[in-house]
Each structure stands twice: as C-alpha cells, then as structure tokens.
Design a protein around this ligand. Structure first.
Ligand SMILES: [Zn+2]
Length: 654
C-alpha cells in the first residue's frame, strides 16, 4: 500500500497536460488543449484537456478523468500502479505502508517482468561492450553492419554469451527466480535443475514500449545455421503484446510529431540505420506483420504514414496489405520502394544522410500511383487483367472512411488509368454497399439500429430536461463549490467588541455553514455524496479538494464532477450570463453569485415544504391539533421564505 501522503503529493504534482502529452499530440485551443482521442476512433479532435482543472474529457466518446485515471485507462494499470507511474515521472519517492501478500503478488508479476528485462538488458549490453568474447563476436558483428557505438548505446543493443547458461546463472545469483526468467522468455528449463539461456550466442535488440521501458527482446543469430531460426522474439507476456508494440516508437514519437509523418520499415536494423542517417521518425513492425493496433499507435502522433519496403515481390505484397489497413484507419499513406536488392538499411549505408532524405522525398508516391504503376506493369495491355486491376484499386479506395478523400482518389485514379469517373463511382458504390450490409436481412438490422438510436437519443434528452428542472439548484451549488470552493471571499462579521469587520473566508466554509444553519439538505443522492465528501476533505484542511475528489473510486462521482467542471457543461440560461461576467470580474461578483445560488436553493426547499403543508391542510378528516401545528409550521416557513426572498432580491437587484 502506498501511503496517503505520497498519493496526495503525486496527485498535487501531476500536471494532466504533461501526463497526456507523453502519449498524444495536444494543441492549444484557448485555455484548453485539444487532441485526437486515444480511446476511440476519430479524425477531428474532440479530446479536451484542461490544465487549470487537471482533467481531460472526450466529447466524442465521453471518456473523462484526471491524470491518474488517464494512466489507468491508457496504460491498463491499477490505481496504485498508475500512482507509481506518475511518481516515477515526477521523481517522487514512494512511501509504502506495509503491503499485503495479495498486493505484492498482483503488482509483482508485471513489475518483476519489467525488472528482469531491465536487468537482462544491462547484462547483455555490458557483455557486448566490456567482455572480450562479447566484443570479439557481438561487437564486431555490429561494426560489420556499420552500426556506430553511439547508436548501440542509444538502442541498448547487447549480446548473449555462447556458453549456454552464463546469463541464467548470473540472474539467479542476483535473486531473480526461475519462474520469472522462464516467463520472460529469457531462460528455459532443461529439466536438470539448470536453466539455459534462450538467446545463447545471439545479438540482442531490446524492444521499448512508448514510455521507454523494455517489454521484450529480439535476438538474431550470427551463424548461418539453417536449423535455427534467424530471429527469436520474447513470448507474449503480461507486459508484451506484440501486436500493440512498434519497435523504435519510444525514440521516434517526438520526431513523428515534429515531422507529422511516420516511416514504417520492416526490421530492427532499418530503424537503427535511418537514425544514423538522421531520420528519427521511423518505426518497425518487427516480429509480426502490420496490425491495426500498431497503426492506431502511430495515429496518436501523426496521421501520415510512409511505408518503406523492399522492392521485391514480398515487399510489394506487404505494402499492398499495409495500404488497405492504414487507409481503413483513416490515415494517409505513401509508399517508397527501394531499388532492386536494397532495403532501407543497406540503402542508408551506401548513401549520405542528405541523399537518403532526398531519395525518400522524391520517391514517395501516393498509394494510387504506386498501385497503378505496379499493376500496370503486371497487366501490360491485357484488357481482362486491366479490369481486375481496376477492381483491385477501387476496393482500396473503398477502404477510405472519408467521402471527400475518396472523391479525390477517384479523380486521380480516373486520370491515371484513363477511365471515366462515373464508371469508378459505380463500382465503388457497389463495394461500399456490400461493406455496410452483406445481406438484405443485415441491411434491415442496420436500419433498425439507426432509427432506435435516434429514439433513444430523444428519450435521453427529455429525461435530461426533467432532471434539470428538479435538481437544477442543487447542481448549481455543487458546481460552484467544486469550481470555487477554495477561493476566498470577504464577509462582514461581528467581532468580540460587537463591531463589524470584513474577514476573508473560503467559499466552501460559507456554503457549508449556510446549509448547516437551517438544515438545508441536498436531496439528489449523487450531489449529496459529492457535498459530503467535499465537506469531509475540507474539514480535514485538505488542499486541491476537487482534484482529490476526481480520484474517487466511485466512477459515477468522478464522471459527474468532470461534467460539472468541464467547459462544455451548459449552465442554465439564467446563470450563464451572470457567471461568465462574474468569473471574469472580481471576487465580490463571486460572492454575489454564491449567495444567489444558496438562496435559490433554500427558496426552492421552502417552496417544496410549503406545498407539502398545503396538501396536508387540504386533507379531509384532519384533526384540530394537527391542523394547528401545521398552520404554525406554515407561518414559520413563510417567514423564512420572506427573509430568503428579501436577501435574494437585494442580491439580484444590486
Ligand atoms: Zn473519445
């Protein structure tokens, strides 16, 4: 268990914009920052980050929260692990209370995997650089491949000794247990109590996740032994899902943002060689063919991908597949094919940095030109083949989700192949229709879903309106408390010498006392709960209370708080103008608004009570005693109502 002081410190230090911009590109929009939501597919940014409030909210999918919940959702971490993540970022030392067996077991698997990978990387790199044998075999291999020392260090390359158990023995001697070494895919059990190194005699490429931690390894054989695989990769583990990982993403992300383009290559050495040539916005889908998850990972940083593949037929096939997948995710794709028998790695070595950069910019073709060129070459005037080629290209255009983009490519395609646009559209529409619904029955289902969605929407809207009127005042009060509770206002009070003087009080204190003074209750359970939680923290002299409430484990509460403090929350028309001018003016306006809200809430409360009494008085068979007590009650409440209304009118007419 992390102790409370540490959690508070972490929450207070965390800057939501700094946390989130480690993962997605944020652009300034007024007081907020805006970016593409990492939690749903979108092309127009609706993901808003409010630095002053410490929250994010997506107006597309509704995802919302603070720094901690962002890390939890994005990195799939538990609450304590998210706290640890942020603590590490801000170099806050975690003070743990004694932690339970269960806690330590839960956190231990992932953390142990990270730890053992880190340990292994340091061992492999150290062996490569400092051991005679490591230098003779591993380092000379990298030298042969012209990988500079600086980049060996940057990518933390290594070498696993060839004795067969050197690493495993060193790791167990250092306290790493057998199970975790096997789980991480670093060692295997030979059945004779001895562990064996999985990567024996191989050079090592550590694979970093987006935050720079090592999640896996790729290990390449150095001999030409055909009976063994050329590469061995780590198995899938709790921290490594290969379809979600791109080699080099950690070193590339800033450059991808800056260049607004990401080069996609095939191998580890392609990535490293391009870095050496000064091109850093490059990643590889090593160990797997390109996946949708990997494309989504790139999309967090840029919507432009350039595929750099070999010019052989396997490379072209892979490029074709990549094009369709990238287009389907709504990104733009270009392709560069390298000359015969060249790949990005070999090409980068034969040419200067400037030549490489120039080659890439001159040879990147949009996918239509690329596909047409390749296919025209294949069909060579054969009309039957030409027709099937056209279908092939149109099916690729059909992958593009955006209609405007599609029309641009239809035009280009028509010019390139010399076929009327209308003909292309006919074919395109056929594909698009069949994509939406494969059978008439499916079509009917789709139609039904769409109309019921609309019905649901309007039902929700009217529900909202009802709720709005019944607890509007309570909502206003809580919203005000959350936004301004810790601001100070001047209030006139009587001092001991019966003289009036102006003193500063936090708004939260005034609100709490006002409600307590005449037992004004908050009826809506969720507002009541937020109020009580706020009150509790306030009475404990806590600071940044709203921020702390956001890390509540009750999701309903955090969601409501975010709604109440985020920009797009529409306050009632009556308040809107007042609040907006008040916020921008001085604190006396804040004070006025606060009292308006409090008195309107009280006024509503006494009105409800009066209505209730009125109903009871109208009942038949009411006995005299009851009637008398009801009338006295009514009189008292009417007095209170008058006072409130008077105070309110003074405030309103000020
Ligand atoms: Zn979203």
């Amino acid at each position: 268990m992390i102790n409370k002081e540490t959690i508070d410190k972490v929450i207070e230090s965390a800057k939501v914009e700094e946390i989130i911009s480690d993962f997605i590109t944020l652009k300034k929009r007024g007081v907020n920052l805006l970016g593409l939501c990492p939690f749903h597919n979108e092309k127009t940014p609706s993901f808003t980050v409010s630095p002053s409030k410490g929250i994010y909210k997506c107006f597309g999918c509704g995802a919302a929260g603070d720094s901690v919940s962002f890390i939890m959702a994005h990195e799939h971490l538990s609450y304590p692990d998210a706290i640890r993540y942020i603590a590490a970022k801000y170099k806050i030392i975690i003070e743990e209370e004694q932690f339970s067996q269960e806690d330590s077991e839960q956190k231990s698997i992932k953390e142990s995997l990270f730890a053992v990978n880190h340990f292994a990387q340091e061992f492999f790199t150290n062996y490569l650089i400092n051991d005679d044998k490591g230098r003779a075999i591993g380092l000379s291999y990298f030298k042969e491949r012209e990988i500079e020392y600086k980049f060996i260090e940057k990518f933390k390359l290594g070498f696993c000794p060839d004795e067969g158990n050197t690493f495993s023995k060193y790791a167990t001697d250092n306290g790493y247990n057998k199970e975790i070494l096997i789980k991480a895919g670093l060692s295997k059990d030979k059945g004779n109590e001895q562990l064996q190194d999985v990567y024996q005699s191989r050079v090592i490429f550590p694979i970093h996740n987006i935050t720079g931690r090592i999640v896996a390894f790729g290990a390449r054989i150095l001999t030409s032994d055909k009976s063994k695989p050329k590469y061995i990769n780590s198995p899938e583990t709790d921290i490594y899902h290969k379809s979600n990982v791109l080699y080099g993403i950690y070193f590339a992300k800033n450059s991808i943002i800056k260049e607004d383009n990401c080069y996609l290559v095939e191998g580890y050495t392609d990535v490293i060689s391009l870095h050496q040539a000064g091109i850093e916005n490059v990643v590889a889908s090593s160990g797997t063919s390109l996946t949708t998850e990997q494309i989504k990972l790139i999309r967090r940083f840029s919507s432009n991908i350039t595929i750099l593949y070999d010019g052989d037929s396997a490379g072209i096939k892979a490029a074709f597949r990549g094009i369709d997948m990238i287009l389907a995710e709504g990104l733009n794709v270009k392709i560069v094919l390298f000359p015969e028998n060249e790949d990005p790695d070999s090409f980068a070595k034969k040419h200067s940095s400037n030549e490489v950069i120039e080659f890439l910019s001159q040879n990147s073709k949009d996918f239509i030109k690329f596909k047409t060129n390749v296919l025209l070459e294949e069909t060579k005037g054969d009309p039957v083949k030409k027709a099937s080629m056209l279908k092939d290209i149109i099916s690729t255009i059909a992958e593009i989700p955006d209609a405007l983009m599609r029309s641009i490519y239809v035009k280009e395609c028509s010019e390139l192949i010399d076929i009327e646009e209308k003909t292309i559209y006919n074919e395109l529409n056929k594909i698009l229709k069949s994509k939406i619904a494969k059978t008439p029955a499916e079509k009917e289902i789709i139609d039904n879903i769409q109309s019921s969605d609309k019905a649901n929407d309007s039902a929700l809207q009217s529900l909202d309106e009802n709720e709005y009127s019944s607890n509007q005042q309570e909502k206003e009060l809580i919203r005000f408390l959350l936004n301004y509770g810790e601001e100070f206002i001047e209030i006139e009070v009587e001092n001991e010498k019966k003289k009036r003087e102006s003193l500063s009080f936090p708004i939260a204190l005034v609100i709490i006392n006002e409600l307590l003074s005449d037992d004004t209750t908050i009826d809506e359970p969720i507002f009541n709960e937020i109020f009580n939680e706020y009150k509790k923290l306030f009475e404990n002299n806590e600071k940044h209370i709203t921020k702390k409430l956001l890390s509540s484990e009750n999701k309903e509460i955090t969601r409501m708080i975010i709604d109440l403090i985020s920009e797009k929350y529409s306050i009632s028309k009556n308040w809107e103008e007042k609040l907006q001018t008040h916020i921008t003016t001085e604190k006396s306006a804040l004070k006025q608004t606060m009292f308006e809200i409090i008195y309107f809430l009280k006024l509503k409360r006494v009105t409800i009570q009066l209505n209730e009494i009125g109903k009871q008085l109208k009942q038949e068979n009411i006995d005299d005693n009851t009637m008398l007590s009801l009338i006295i009650k009514q009189k008292n409440i009417l007095e209170i109502k008058k006072t409130i209304a008077m105070k309110l009118s003074i405030i309103i007419n000020k």
